[in-house]
Write a protein that binds this ligand. Structure first.
Ligand SMILES: Nc1ncnc2c1ncn2[C@@H]1O[C@H](COP(=O)(O)OP(=O)(O)OP(=O)(O)O)[C@@H](O)[C@H]1O
Length: 627
């Protein structure tokens, strides 16, 4: 069972996160989504409140939208009324004078212009408010995700976070630009049409109201079918995207194993299902729209007949009948819109729910409270590290580090070795506070790192990983990590010190050469040298190298080793290495096995012990010989 389900730290359990992830990646069926929804009604209210809180700063804009919509609708609905006046008072009942008819014509035109202008302003305001709201949601989400703890990323697939940041926020933007408008404008239109009808002729208006239950019945019947068809399409699309993402990520393996045809077949199957779901959704939509059209025409015929009879009897004027027929036609439009928007409303609520789950996830690793906070200056760190009786597990019941006690002196270089899964990387992750210990403590210069602010802690420590991450940007940006406080000269000096300068100069634009994502275009060794230069620029007091030379050939490794000697100078350095040759010259070597330190000493002392280290060493020598 993941730790946070036991009540520690994160309120959203891993189980929930997992189910969300599967829904995002297409695993969710209608039933599971409905069940999820039922369970999370309170969360949804919170989600809706959160959504509204984003809209709050734009309340004046929304007031403007409301006003514009009202004026546009009034202008539109006043037109049939004008025609009624023209027919009844001037064409049939009038004295044949043209002047009033021309005036009515001009007013009619003016109303069209009013409708056009206010609809235009309303749409612009709405787009402005909607897009601004979604932009700020995206910003907050990005910031929030980047502050979440590593345990969150263990549970949450990156793909579903990308979906969240891209397509879920897009759905929410549709809420503001389509659904919200429909909720406001279409409802207002319906109410005003009914109002105009009763103003003109109450008897005909009551007859027209007979249509309402039938309209409601059709809308309700279709709503569930539409919703099902829509959700089916979404599920199939998510499955397709998830499959595509997985496929692209593993392309090298697919090509190496010549799996293209098999993968193509599997893709085609999913594509076919998506196509079917899409066609079904379109068919249902067309059926709904046409049914509504037919019913609209039948209603008009019914009203024409009923009205015609009353016109013949002389109880209703022709103009009134004309206005009614127009209103009835207009009546169907907003109802159709509202029903259509129901789908978007549904998906907004699902997206908002997902978004809220992430936004309400508290980082498990928190900064100390002002009371507990230790005042530390990272520049003055001596670099002593103490692991005091540390217990640690990622998943409850499966201990990774046991009663681990390790004390490292300032400036000492410590190599950490052990077989796969021994706990080497976990040891490092505790020092950087990617995770917190279950018991015991980790201290730097005698201060428990939980009492040090994370920003300060991360300035104390420099981490170089096996696959150094380079961002899309220039070499200069990548060395100083986009922080302008470091000058170009500092970056160049750092690159010279680690031996990266000649190779950077050979590049097309030198330090201004733009790297593509992940630094493709540079060799593994070159990328590693750039990450070493970062260390010299940022000057952390503690340096961690996690398999930093694992991917390099022996010539490049030599280059990197020289660079390493430069960067580790005067710093407490922890080096994890599978290749024992990398750490042979360390001041001390820690040998780990199943979460414990089983041996420690210099290379020669350890070989002399003829224990586990010697076994590992012989094994690695054997591999080297075979190589
Ligand atoms: N994020 C994680 N969630 C759950 N278990 C994990 C996680 N990371 C590591 N483990 C488990 O913790 C144990 C120690 O892993 P760790 O990565 O620290 O070992 P290591 O010695 O660095 O191994 P390697 O040399 O292969 O990198 C392993 O059993 C591993 O499966």
């Amino acid at each position: 069972m993941p730790k946070d389900e036991s009540g520690r730290g994160n309120p959203s359990s891993a189980k929930e996160a997992g189910s969300h992830a599967s829904a995002a990646s297409g695993g969710g069926t209608d039933e599971t989504e409905t069940a999820e929804k039922d369970r999370k009604e309170p969360a949804k209210t919170a989600a809706l409140q959160a959504l509204l809180s984003y809209a709050k700063p734009h309340r004046l804009t929304f007031l403007g939208i409301f006003g514009c919509a009202l004026l546009a609708i009034l202008a539109e609905l006043f037109q049939p009324y004008l025609v009624k006046i023209a027919i009844d008072d001037h064409l049939i009942g009038g004295d044949g004078a043209m002047r009033p008819l021309i005036v009515i014509g001009l007013v009619y035109l003016a109303l069209s212009a009013v409708n056009l202008i206010f609809t235009y302003i309303q749409n612009n305001l709405l787009q402005f408010a909607g897009q601004s709201i979604v932009a700020s949601i995206r910003k907050r989400l990005f910031r929030h995700i980047s502050r979440l703890s590593m345990s969150f990323f263990d549970r949450y697939p990156i793909g579903s976070l990308v979906t969240l940041e891209s397509s879920d926020t897009e759905t929410i933007s549709q809420f503001f630009t389509q659904v919200f408008l429909s909720l406001v404008r279409d409802r207002m239109t319906l109410i005003l049409i009914i109002f105009f009808m009763f103003q003109i002729d109450a008897t005909l208006a009551w007859y027209s109201m007979l249509l309402l239950p039938v309209i409601a019945l059709i809308a309700i019947l279709f709503r569930s079918v539409l919703r099902k068809a829509y959700q089916q399409t979404r599920t199939q699309l998510s499955r397709l995207i998830a499959y595509l993402a997985e496929n692209l990520a593993g392309m090298s393996l697919i090509q190496a194993y010549n799996q293209q045809d098999e993968q193509f077949e599997r893709f085609s199957g999913r594509n076919e299902q998506y196509l079917k779901a899409n066609l079904k959704e379109i068919k249902t939509n067309v059926l709904f729209n046409r049914s509504f059209d037919i019913f609209g025409n039948v209603s008009v015929a019914f009203l024409a007949w009923l009205g015609g009879v009353t016109v013949f009897k002389g109880t209703v004027e022709v103009g009134v009948l004309y206005a009614f027929i127009t209103y009835i036609r207009q009546f169907f439009q907003p109802i159709n819109q509202i029903t259509q928007q129901w789908n978007t409303l549904q998906s907004t609520s699902i997206s908002m729910d997902r978004l809220w789950k992430i936004l309400s996830t508290e980082p498990e690793i928190k900064d100390p409270s002002p009371k507990d906070k230790a005042e530390v200056d990272w520049k003055r760190t001596a670099g002593r590290i103490d692991y005091n009786n540390v217990d640690f597990s990622y998943v409850e019941g499966s201990r990774v580090l046991r009663k681990l006690d390790l004390h490292i002196l300032p400036g000492e270089t410590v190599g950490i070795v052990g077989t796969t899964g021994a706990g080497k990387s976990s040891l490092i992750s505790l020092l950087t506070r990617f995770y917190d210990v279950d018991a015991g403590s980790v201290c730097i210069d005698g201060t428990d790192i939980r009492r040090i602010e994370q920003d300060t802690l991360h300035r104390m420590i420099g981490l170089v990983q096996q696959e150094p991450y380079l961002y899309s940007g220039t070499i200069l940006d990548n060395v100083r990590l986009f922080r302008e406080e470091f000058s170009r000269e500092e970056v160049i000096r750092a690159c010279q010190a680690v031996g990266a300068h000649p190779l950077i100069q050979r590049l097309k634009d030198g330090y201004d050469t733009r790297l593509s994502e992940r630094g493709s275009g540079l060799s593994a060794g070159e990328r590693q040298l750039i990450s070493f230069a970062r260390i010299l620029v940022f000057r952390p007091r503690i340096l961690i190298l996690d398999e930093a030379t694992a991917n390099l050939d022996s010539h490049t490794e030599q280059l990197v080793q020289q660079a390493l000697a430069v960067v580790s100078e005067g710093r407490t350095t922890l080096v994890i290495a599978h290749r024992l040759s990398t750490i042979m010259h360390a001041d001390r070597i820690i040998v780990m096995k199943q979460g414990r330190i089983v041996e420690q000493g210099t290379h020669h002392q350890l070989l002399g012990k003829r224990g586990y280290y010697e076994e590992l060493y012989r094994h690695s020598q054997g591999i080297a010989a075979i190589g």
